[in-house]
Design a protein around this ligand. Structure first.
Ligand SMILES: Cc1cc2nc3c(=O)[nH]c(=O)nc-3n(C[C@H](O)[C@H](O)[C@H](O)COP(=O)(O)O)c2cc1C
Length: 165
């Protein structure tokens, strides 16, 4: 089984969730590749807040977007304005080959919860035939705590159980 873990992280919280997901998958014998989405141009906090509200698809550096060779996709976003960070919108607009792929969406936030983040990600992925079957959101404080790590691991385990059943 082959998985791709894709995420954008500006300050490291979503990246920590991704690292935990990668470890959990590898512990279960899954072959994992990783894409860290890089934004083409940094913008101000205010521009990012407004952009996320308007569902802007930020320009990103060229990266792997054809996902046909993966059985599983785990895709993560920081929550901006109760929505995905705009570079993740950029990635979601560009990716292909997710038809029938089982997907885990993950997100980190500042304490306000995921808001519409998962609904927006889900809509984009399902338009392309992907099946979002698990989600996990953690506040930035809980990302590094054992309890938060456990919640993330459990979401991965549930994804794997659903894929193999
Ligand atoms: C532009 C911007 C908008 C944000 N909007 C929200 C929000 O609506 N709700 C929330 O709980 N946290 C919000 N945050 C906090 C981030 O979601 C949080 O710090 C997250 O863990 C950052 O992930 P990262 O370290 O991977 O970049 C916002 C942060 C930024 C930079």
């Amino acid at each position: 089984m082959k998985a791709l873990v894709v995420y954008y992280s500006q300050t490291g919280n979503t990246e920590r969730m991704a690292e935990n997901i990668i470890r959990t998958l590898e512990d279960r014998g899954v072959e994992v590749e990783t894409v860290s989405i890089e934004r083409s141009e940094e913008k101000s906090y205010d521009t990012n807040v407004k952009g996320a509200k308007k569902r802007v698809k930020a320009d990103i550096e060229p990266t792997k977007t054809n996902l046909r060779s993966y059985n599983l996709l785990c895709i993560g976003a920081p929550v901006w304005s109760s929505a995905p960070a705009t570079p993740v919108n950029g990635y979601l607009a560009r990716c292909s080959g997710v038809d029938g792929t089982k997907i885990l969406c993950f997100a980190s936030h500042g304490g306000g919860g995921p808001g519409d983040t998962f609904e927006i990600m889900k809509e984009k992925l399902e338009e392309k035939g992907g099946e979002v079957i698990e989600t996990v959101a953690l506040s930035s404080q809980r990302v590094s705590f054992e309890e938060g790590k456990k919640e993330t691991r459990e979401a991965v385990e549930k994804l794997l159980d659903k894929v193999s059943s």
